[in-house]
Write a protein that binds this ligand. Structure first.
Ligand code: SF4
Length: 473
């Protein structure tokens, strides 16, 4: 028993031996990753005097947009490295991990979605300092954040995904008529740009194929635009129409959704099994000739999608559009004043006996009928394809376009609204109601916010607004 008191003495740290706890011991367990992100975004770790693990200084010029979806934590950010020649500003994303090793553990190093990361933040690392590399083998600067900076700080709550910009004040002071004029001008400019891109595509691919590709891209919106564009190129409209009933099997095969005859079909998936067998039978006879065109699995982003928006269902919609192509052409040529109504009726009326009741190739039958193209998608297709084409041919369609209600909106629209109008929802709300105003917002955001690398300081938009011709000269 006499040793016990010695051990008790060992547990008592004499005065003067009190040790400062290393940052790692302010366990990150006390803070969730979300809280840490909130602290970072609120600037609690600072922005100007960060030091990379290599010793070079790092300055955060723009905190970017807090991304709550898949992908890096903060997108559209900008950082500067004052010690490098010419102190370049790098635009890209920022990732914050609790541990440095999480970069590899979470597969970011092999994920192309993380290729534009310019800064990797972390709180702890193991015995060895791991490197951060992208799938392109580019080394990413690392900053080891010090948790002690957060002592006694409470994570900010309800932070919006973006910060208001310098122009948010001046814009709010403008009259509603002036803001409407500005956004309408930007939306019309955007339409012109779209139209020029469209003309170039049509000159290379032909009118029908260009239209088909554009519609395919809107079906891939927003996570899978690229694979849809590639599929529309690899199985062009003419070929798809010529294949008739085999078209869907070819599209599924080229998409990489028919890699094996062994599918694990949901229980009670008799109908799915029969559908798959038929498509597989068609595909495997053509597979060797088309093998090199098959998209890799990683081309698709499937996480975070609503089941009803699964790309397999959207491919079925593309097949329907090809099959009913003369009706698609007639809508653009003869939609007249009713363009919005007619296009919506046509698109939301597309049917497919299998996909009207299945979320994916392997899911069991849904008792509830599922729309192949929902109203929100139809509205996006109207705003991005049908109206721009119709307005280019007959500018009078602008009046109907200007009244087109906005779709569900996107994170980028919300970001643009906060940047330009500030946190107060009432400021931006009137300008989020129509597709045209949202397009105008996006144009300003892309032309100025995305080009700015000075956290608004050198952006000339606020000054340019003062010189804008609000009244017709
Ligand atoms: S970058 Fe320019 S346009 Fe964007 S929020 Fe800042 S001042 Fe406004």
């Amino acid at each position: 028993m006499e040793l016990a008191h010695r051990y008790a003495a060992l547990l008592t740290v004499p005065d003067g031996m009190l040790r400062e706890a290393p940052a790692e011991e302010f366990s990150s367990v006390q803070k969730s990753e979300l809280e840490l992100q909130a602290h970072w975004f609120a600037g609690d770790f600072g922005s100007s005097f960060l030091t990379a693990t290599t010793g070079e200084r790092v300055e955060v010029v723009q905190f970017g947009v807090w991304n709550h979806d898949a992908g890096p934590d903060f997108t559209e950010a900008a950082v500067r490295f004052p010690d490098r020649p010419d102190a370049p500003v790098l635009r890209g994303s920022i990732e914050l991990d609790t541990r440095a090793e999480d970069w590899e553990r979470h597969g970011h190093g092999g994920n192309a979605a993380f290729d534009d990361v310019v800064l990797h933040l972390y709180l702890q690392h193991g015995p060895r300092q791991p490197f951060t590399r992208t799938s392109q083998h580019r080394q990413v600067a690392q900053v080891h954040l010090d948790l002690r900076q957060l002592e006694h700080r409470v994570a900010p709550v309800d932070l919006p995904s973006a910060r208001p910009g310098r122009c948010s004040g001046p814009l709010r002071e403008r009259s509603a008529e002036e803001v409407r004029t500005l956004l309408t001008a930007a939306a019309q400019y955007r339409l012109q740009l779209k139209n020029r891109r469209w003309q170039r595509l049509a000159a290379v691919r032909g009118y029908d194929q260009a239209l088909f590709q554009s519609l395919a891209v809107t079906l891939g919106y927003k996570e899978n635009k690229l694979p849809f564009a590639l599929l529309a190129q690899r199985l062009p409209l003419k070929t798809l129409r010529a294949e008739g009933d085999g078209g869907m099997a070819l599209l599924l095969g080229l998409a990489g959704f028919l890699q094996t005859p062994e599918f694990s079909v949901d229980q009670d998936g008799r109908e799915a099994r029969a559908y798959l067998r038929e498509r597989w039978e068609f595909w495997w006879r053509r597979r060797s000739a088309m093998e090199r065109l098959v998209l890799p699995t990683k081309a698709w982003k499937l996480s975070g999608l609503r089941p009803v928006n699964h790309p397999q269902r959207r491919l079925a919609a593309l097949v329907q559009l090809a099959a009913r192509w003369p009706e698609v052409q007639a809508l653009i040529d003869g939609g007249g004043n009713d363009l919005a109504k007619q296009v919506t009726k046509f698109l939301t009326g597309l049917r497919d006996p299998f996909w009207d009741h299945h979320y994916t190739l392997t899911s069991a039958r849904s008792a509830r009928p599922l729309a192949l193209v929902g109203a929100a998608r139809a509205s996006e297709m109207l705003a991005n394809v049908f109206f721009p084409l119709a307005i280019a041919a007959h500018p009078v369609h602008w009046d109907a376009y200007a009244k087109l209600p906005a779709g569900t909106g996107s994170r980028r629209v919300a970001t643009a609204a906060t940047r330009l109008f500030g946190h107060d929802p009432a400021g931006a709300e009137p300008w989020l109601k129509t597709a045209a105003h949202q397009q105008g917002l996006l144009q300003i955001y892309e032309d100025f916010c995305l080009e700015d690398d000075s956290d608004c300081a050198r952006c000339t938009f606020p000054e340019r607004v003062c010189r804008f011709a609000f009244v017709r000269g």
